[in-house]
Design a protein around this ligand. Structure first.
Ligand code: ADP
Length: 684
């Protein structure tokens, strides 16, 4: 099937041909046959790089009205936005938090790119564009199974479909075990394929030999290497080096930030840019050809990294980049992360040593992917990575048009390890995707939102609104009545919901009527959001965060004015579940403890009162960092003093900005004068 055969205006056909898309890939043909250009709902579960974006574009261009593209990852959202905006005559808008179009502008756009949280927030704030949509494309729909974000995605999609029943839904997924369940939920035709534009072979390396699933093998000449490193690392180094010698690039996945930096350090000894240079001498000007002078290119990348920030981490990154090696993890500043990703795509870096986060979203394919570590640290120990996650790492292997094939290698300790990894990841299917909506915290959040937006005014109506969720479609007897009853009762306790006036006049016992036993008796009685509940929902806070802010404000009301400082404001918002935790090491614990004692008059929680003292002390650490930031400390100083990465600081500043704004709005509702929220926010 050729693009010219599709129901597309000639300017689009020209555009796609210009981008090298002429003959459709087999999964794209299947999506067209499933009705993606005819307004039909389609779920496509296909591997990375098999052309999902084009399927999305077909849906958006043929839907005959405004489209929404829901994208979970911000870095990817930006890429997609640029791609859609480049379509002739298409005006795209973006709402992800960091590159937002003005909210009022979004209504004018032909295509809106947003995270599911932003769509949810837009619905809660009464955005009208959500009712005009002709088409919704959901990328990475397998995230329905993620505990934090899955419930938001399913409730948002259910709400959109309820409000606009004719909207076309196209959902794109990685290869998962049960895409048919997602298709059944969305009344969609399922397109399932394992086709890839570049062949992929996956294998396990043990005792100096890789055995691949296509029956081939490869010996890895593990030399003694650096006695300071272990055999897994040396095998990884040899696999990476081999890929570069062969004319490719490599990605190496390890379990932690520290490991990523240590591996990068070890790899710089291999002089990979020079290896690539020996191989590539005399590139011929073809944009797909290797860069002409990899050593110079690497040196330029190092300079660009130095230009984008001068922290210790940034300097270490620049030093290794000069050898063609980079590391990538959440502690890096977003500028550095973006530079590394781009330089790698432009083939100016030979290898990236990354934590698993890189696997999920960003488009950085490589000839060879080496997964050195397959376990990750949790609070208590280590656990195996999910199969889906390891498959996504492996799926990064093989660059279309550039590599003759892709190779993914899992590194095992020994023969027993080989068998374990083989069974666990090479031959195994990825996990099933199951709903996480039953989680009480998720139900509280979404129950409050449904009532506050006026989409539901009773327990029965909440249940009805949730009947369109993935959870309900997956569960024979979804009986959420008890759980929703509990959510309503606890929200009434927290002062966020109340019996609707009519009901109140009648019985005045909304709490009892919504009670946790399923509440069948009075489940139909009216409930409404209080001013507090409405504001919590509009500000996109979890109810728990709303409760904590209100407690903080009550404490503030009893404090003298001079004790209420920006530290007070930061302590309140940092001690909420919506702020990211900051690790508190043993070495600094005593110091933070002392700080909390010295400044206890400014804190809303007494040292003896904290229910979870350790968690509170961590919040005090975050609050202290942010206080020093607004007082003028530099990124370098904070990174050095608190042993956090520049990326960690960025994420906390961004959260604080949102939470302080929200807390300011709640202070108005509660009637407490707390100017420190606004003043701290203004200085971030
Ligand atoms: P993914 O499925 O991972 O989202 P993309 O949509 O990003 O993959 O596509 C991967 C690459 O393949 C892109 O560079 C895209 O331009 C290219 N591509 C997509 N469809 C075709 C096609 N039919 N012919 C040639 N190249 C294509």
């Amino acid at each position: 099937m050729h693009v010219a055969d599709l129901p597309l205006a000639p300017e689009y056909v020209d555009h796609f041909e210009g981008a090298g898309i002429e003959e459709l890939y087999p999964p794209q043909v299947a999506a067209v046959e499933a009705g993606v250009c005819d307004g039909d709902n389609v779920v496509a579960a296909v591997p990375t790089a098999s052309g999902k974006t084009f399927v999305a574009e077909l849906a958006l261009l043929t839907a005959g009205g405004p489209g929404l593209y829901v994208c979970p990852l911000r870095a990817l959202a930006r890429e997609k936005y640029e791609e859609f905006d480049a379509l002739p005559g298409v005006d795209a808008g973006i709402s992800t938090g960091d590159y937002d179009s003005a909210a009022s502008d979004l209504a004018e756009n032909d295509v809106i790119v947003a995270t599911s949280e932003k769509v949810d927030s837009a619905i809660r704030n009464g955005a009208e564009w959500v009712d005009d949509l002709a088409c919704v494309v959901v990328d990475e729909v397998h995230l329905l199974g993620s505990p934090g974000r899955g419930p938001t995605l399913e409730v948002t999609l259910a709400t959109l479909r309820r409000r606009t029943p004719d909207v076309q839904v196209v959902a794109l997924s990685a290869t998962i075990d049960n895409p048919e369940d997602i298709a059944a939920w969305l009344d969609a035709e399922l397109v399932e394929s394992t086709w890839r534009p570049v062949d992929l072979r996956t294998g396990v390396c043990a005792d100096g030999e890789v055995r691949f699933d296509d029956g081939t093998d490869l010996s890895v000449p593990v030399d003694a290497g650096d006695p300071a490193t272990d055999a897994d690392t040396e095998a990884t180094v040899d696999l990476v080096r081999g890929a570069i010698e062969d004319g490719g690039q490599a990605l190496a996945f390890v379990s932690s930030r520290r490991e990523a930096e240590a591996l990068a350090d070890r790899l710089t000894e291999e002089r990979l840019a020079a290896v690539a240079a020996g191989r590539d001498r005399g590139g011929d000007g073809d944009p797909d050809a290797p860069v002409a002078d990899p050593e110079r290119a690497a040196a330029e990348v190092a300079e660009e990294l130095r230009g984008a920030g001068t922290t210790g981490t940034g300097e270490r990154l620049a030093e290794s980049a000069a050898w063609g090696v980079a590391f990538h993890h959440a502690g890096l500043s977003s500028d550095h992360r973006a530079l590394v990703e781009r330089a790698f795509r432009e083939r100016r870096l030979a290898v990236i040593c990354a934590t698993p986060t890189l696997a999920a979203g960003v488009n950085v394919p490589a000839r060879r992917v080496v997964v050195r570590d397959q376990r990750r640290y949790t609070g208590e120990g280590t656990e195996w990575l999910p199969v889906l996650e390891v498959h996504q790492m492996c799926g990064r292997a093989g660059r279309p048009h550039l590599d003759p094939y892709g190779e993914a290698v899992l590194v095992a300790d020994d023969a027993d390890g080989r068998e374990e990894l083989w069974n666990r990841y090479v031959t195994a299917d990825p996990e099933r995707v199951e709903s996480k909506l039953r989680d009480p915290a998720a139900l509280r959040t979404h129950t409050l939102a449904l009532v506050a937006t006026g989409l539901a005014g009773s327990q029965v109506a909440v249940l009805d609104a949730l009947s369109g969720t993935f959870y309900a479609s997956r569960t024979a007897n979804p009986d959420l009545g008890g759980a929703v009853g509990d959510a309503i009762a606890s929200l009434i306790d927290d002062g966020m919901l109340a019996a609707a006036e009519a009901a109140e006049a009648g019985s005045g016992t909304a709490k009892g009527s919504a009670g946790g036993d399923g509440g069948t008796g009075d489940a139909g009685s009216g409930i409404e959001a209080t001013d507090l509940g409405a504001q919590v929902s509009r500000q996109y806070l979890t109810p728990e965060t709303g409760v904590r802010i209100v407690e903080g404000l009550e404490a503030v009301a009893g404090m003298t004015d001079e004790d209420v400082t920006e530290l007070t404001a930061f302590e309140i918002v940092c001690d909420t579940p919506d702020m990211v935790d900051t690790y508190l090491g043993n070495a600094e614990r005593a110091e933070i403890y002392q700080f909390a004692r010295d400044r206890s008059a400014e804190l809303t929680t007494g040292m003896a009162e904290a229910t979870d003292f350790e968690a509170w002390l961590e919040s005090v650490k975050t609050a202290r960092i942010l206080t020093e930031w607004v007082d003028g400390a530099s990124v370098e100083e904070l990174v050095e003093a608190y042993r956090i990465g520049p990326g960690d600081l960025e994420s906390r500043i961004e959260r604080a900005e949102w939470l302080l704004g929200a807390a300011d709005a709640l202070a108005d509702v509660v009637g407490v004068n707390m100017p420190a929220f606004a003043s701290a926010r203004a200085k971030l």
